[in-house]
Design a protein around this ligand. Structure first.
Ligand SMILES: Nc1nc2c(ncn2[C@@H]2O[C@H](COP(=O)(O)OP(=O)(O)OP(=O)(O)O)[C@@H](O)[C@H]2O)c(=O)[nH]1
Length: 399
């Protein structure tokens, strides 16, 4: 993977310990080493599940033609470099993609600008019933009057199908705008959207706005925030990060999905963009070094469950990365004098790691219990049990 954002790392004084001893990633083996034979993800469910609550969360991308939807998907999930998106062809049909090679286990569905997602032939009820977040991409460099009308119409229709959807607007391509114009554009869009909703009597639709560009970290930051809203364990993860920070004197900690550079959680102190960028850069540097100097036997992931890295900055701060499992890494920034007590940090990290595993284990157990109940119910139905014929509730509902 190429380091697409190299800036900000020049002051790094030393790098060490890239965990390349076990670079060849044997997934099954890692699960054993981890002691965690449970999967991670937003929702670990079977794809044949029938009820809406059982399905993978879906993020639907919409927007006018050439607003940047495909570019966003490719840059965030396929590691395409931003310049290459200049050659991306216009999307002709609905494109769905499962994001499974990382912690982020969900599906994205992109509707081409020229197509209405509410066309009856596209089964909008099914799409929006399982939609977790609806993401509308607005081209800030273009006249967005028409796009705003379209967005309003789609949001209202989607809300009527599923009021739990998180509505997100990416005011995109802001790299071409000066600071003042950027702020004015954001204010203008926000005001017009709120006015339209008020006129339609739909103020209950809550919309989040993000200023984004594929040419900097803002797209990763914005996508992180979208994804975080779909993570049920978010509050527990934030609390764990707060506890870790307090115990280890860490200034800021991010729990990253390494493959996508999306942070699935951070502590509750405010996110400073420069710190976030520094932490993203650290992931790039770690992966690059590991790819170059790690095992060359076969093309494998350049990190594993034991990867770690430390970078001392000229600002008397230390950046350190510790892999929590094969998907997630903890990236922290700490004052240099507080990094001297490494034993304490190591101990706290082990506690943190175990706690994270427990958080997801609980979820896994709940899902397994749910699946078992469903299987029991099917068995009862198959055997033509008098219970099921009499319309008694399934065992799960009774217990
Ligand atoms: N300046 C700038 N250009 C961008 C950005 N994101 C995408 N683009 C450019 O916008 C153009 C259109 O991008 P696409 O990703 O094809 O847009 P789309 O919304 O998928 O278009 P359709 O498939 O036609 O619906 C490409 O030339 C991209 O390089 C951005 O953040 N900043």
């Amino acid at each position: 993977m190429a380091a697409s954002h190299g800036a900000g790392m020049m002051g790094a004084a030393a790098t060490s310990d890239y965990g390349s001893s076990n670079t060849s990633l044997d997934r099954a083996g890692d699960e054993q080493e981890d002691g965690s034979n449970f999967e991670y993800g937003l929702d670990d469910v079977d794809e044949d599940a029938s009820g809406p609550g059982d399905m993978k969360p879906t993020i639907v991308l919409m927007g006018q033609k050439r607003s940047g939807k495909t570019s966003i998907r490719k840059v965030v999930f396929q590691k395409m470099s931003p310049n290459e998106t200049l050659f991306v062809e216009s999307t002709a049909r609905v494109t769905s993609e499962s994001v499974t090679s990382s912690f982020i286990n969900f599906e994205t569905i992109e509707f081409p600008g020229q197509m209405s997602p509410f066309d009856a032939a596209l089964d909008p009820v099914s799409t929006f019933t399982r939609c977790g977040a609806l993401l509308f991409v607005l081209d800030a460099q273009d006249d967005y009057t028409e796009a705003l009308k379209r967005m309003h119409e789609y949001f209202v229709k989607a809300y009527r199908i599923n009021s739990n959807i998180k509505f997100e607007v990416f005011v995109h391509k802001v790299d071409g705008l000066g600071e003042d114009i950027k702020m004015d554009t954001q204010r203008d869009i926000f005001q017009r959207v709120q006015d339209d909703l008020a006129d339609a009597g739909m103020e209950q639709i809550h919309i989040n706005f993000h200023m984004t560009s594929i040419y900097d970290h803002s797209i990763f930051e914005a996508f992180s925030k979208v994804v975080q809203k779909l993570i049920r364990q978010l509050a527990a993860l934030e609390r764990l990060l707060d506890i870790f920070n307090q115990g280890s004197n860490v200034e800021k900690a991010f729990l990253f999905d390494v493959a996508s550079k999306i942070y699935v959680a951070t502590d509750t102190s405010p996110v400073d963009m420069a710190t976030y960028e520094l932490c993203c850069d650290m992931i790039d540097v770690t992966i690059d070094i590991s790819s170059i100097y790690g095992s060359r036997d076969e093309p494998v992931a350049p990190f594993d469950a034991n990867s770690s890295a430390v970078i001392r900055l000229s600002t008397q701060q230390v950046l350190f990365l510790r892999q929590v499992n094969r998907y997630l890494a903890l990236v922290c920034i700490v004052r240099a004098e507080n990094y001297e007590k490494q034993g304490l940090i190591d101990y706290n990290f082990q506690c943190f790691k175990r706690a994270i595993e427990k958080v997801f284990e609980v979820r896994k157990k709940m899902l397994l219990a749910g699946t078992r109940c469903k299987v029991d119910r099917l068995r009862l139905d198959d055997s033509g049990s008098s219970e099921s014929r009499q319309g008694l509730p399934p065992p799960a509902a009774r217990s």
